[in-house]
Design a protein around this ligand. Structure first.
Ligand SMILES: [Fe+2]
Length: 228
């Protein structure tokens, strides 16, 4: 179930079927130097997953990286009530009851430096107030962790794939941005400033919320994300 990617870095995939397409969803697990776990985009917390996480370390931080990736957060936090929940700004308005039920929570925001930020840096994708995605960089493995910034789904010959991939603006053969994500870019200047900041990092691998890992020429994809 857990997929080992690098020292102290794993992912877990869970199916996510929408409109005849399995978008899948990916949870990332980083074990910090103090052996606590940093969890990105939590999935459904099964007993088996709980046992596997317990074997790796204690869950200390759980991140919902944008205003969409929160579907399982409440159930997950129920299972790990002592963890600190970090959420994208705006989620407190969208899901106030959920946030209020969680013991310890904070919005990700400019200027905040959670204690894990020495090992996992964060960057706000600005100019998209309805999404407010934050991306993260695991320094030890040179891994960028994104959610909806990119998709990397393979197109097959099924009816739904043939119809919906072009409608959604997805390439189906290589990583691409969805039409919906691009629609949410409301301030291109601010958005592009954030994308240029991604170039500060040496990126060997990109984990994305939906689709396969990007491990070949990962760094080269960054300039393609500039909005024109
Ligand atoms: Fe997503």
């Amino acid at each position: 179930m857990l997929e080992y990617l690098h020292d102290n870095l794993w992912i877990v995939r869970q199916p996510l079927n929408l409109l005849g397409i399995d978008f899948g969803t990916v949870m990332t697990i980083i074990r910090l130097q103090d052996h606590s776990l940093w969890i990105h985009s939590p999935i459904e917390p099964s007993d088996e997953l709980g046992r596997q996480l317990d074997a790796l370390g204690s869950v200390k931080a759980v991140v919902s990286p944008n205003t969409f990736h929160h579907q399982y957060a409440e159930y997950f936090m129920d299972q790990f009530p002592d963890a600190h929940y970090f959420y994208a700004p705006g989620l407190e308005k969208k899901k106030p009851k959920m946030i209020s039920k969680i013991n310890i929570s904070s919005a990700l925001s400019f200027g905040t430096t959670p204690e894990w930020s020495d090992e996992v840096e964060s960057l706000a994708i600005t100019g998209m107030p309805f999404v407010n995605e934050y991306v993260f960089y695991h320094k030890a493995s040179c891994t960028l962790i994104a959610s909806d910034l990119l998709f990397n789904l393979k197109k097959n010959q099924s009816f739904w794939h043939k119809v919906l991939f072009p409608l959604m603006g997805l390439d189906g053969a290589k990583p691409s941005q969805s039409r919906l994500f691009k629609y949410f870019i409301r301030d291109k200047k601010k958005y592009n400033e954030a994308i240029r900041k991604l170039e500060q990092w040496k990126i060997d691998r990109i984990i994305i919320g939906h689709g396969g890992l990007i491990e070949k020429r990962a760094q080269d994809i960054i300039p393609e994300l500039i909005a024109v």
